[in-house]
Design a protein around this ligand. Structure first.
Ligand SMILES: Nc1ccn([C@@H]2O[C@H](COP(=O)(O)O)[C@@H](O)[C@H]2O)c(=O)n1
Ligand code: CDI
Length: 160
């Protein structure tokens, strides 16, 4: 059974008045959100790029250009589901995901199960096939000053 591994990384700047959506979950109480063309869910974008990378495909910006009006403010779970469909057309299915969010705020620990359940539904895999962690940047650089949020992800995919 062929298996492949991929890595993804994304970063978005924070902005007042924008929604804070991470892993498909909205942090309504957050005074800041993420700036971008889509809903700017950098965690989901990193997962998309890890999956696409594993399949040897171009990155998220190739499939969903930030000049496409159809992608404006789009829910990134829709993009993730399309990435899964693109992989499926080539015979690939996700096996597991592991991701790390780097953010001073919001605290994701209380919403971790909700985030995993949301991502699992989009990915079509069991919740226990998703690893999700967060760390602050210990106050350093733009992430440490809450000016940006970043995410890393790795994905394993397989073909029967
Ligand atoms: N956005 C975040 C950042 C961190 N956490 C949780 O806090 C723990 C301590 O963070 P450090 O940066 O001091 O290592 C971390 O292990 C996470 O459990 C969080 O929930 N959300
Ligand atoms: C998702 C897309 C498309 O709406 O836009 P952004 O939300 O700006 O995200 P980014 O990770 O910078 O690049 C991928 C994009 O093309």
């Amino acid at each position: 059974m062929p298996i492949r591994i991929g890595h993804g990384y994304d970063i978005h700047r924070t902005k007042a008045g924008r929604p804070m959506i991470l892993g498909g979950v909205r942090f309504a109480e957050s005074p800041i959100g993420l700036d971008g063309h889509s809903d700017a869910d950098c965690l989901t974008h990193a997962i998309c790029d890890a999956l696409l990378g594993a399949a040897g495909l171009p990155d998220i910006g190739h499939f969903f250009p930030n000049t496409d009006p159809a992608c404006k403010d789009i829910d990134s779970q829709i993009l993730l589901r399309r990435v899964i469909a693109t992989l499926a057309e080539r015979g690939w299915s996700p096996v597991n995901i592991d991701a790390t969010l780097i953010a001073e705020q919001p605290k994701i620990q209380p919403r971790l199960d909700e985030m995993k359940n949301t991502l699992a539904a989009s990915l079509g895999i069991a919740t226990d096939c998703i690893g999700l962690k967060a760390t602050t940047n210990e106050g350093s650089d733009d992430i440490g000053r809450s000016l940006a949020i970043a995410a890393h992800a790795v994905a394993l995919i397989s073909k029967p």
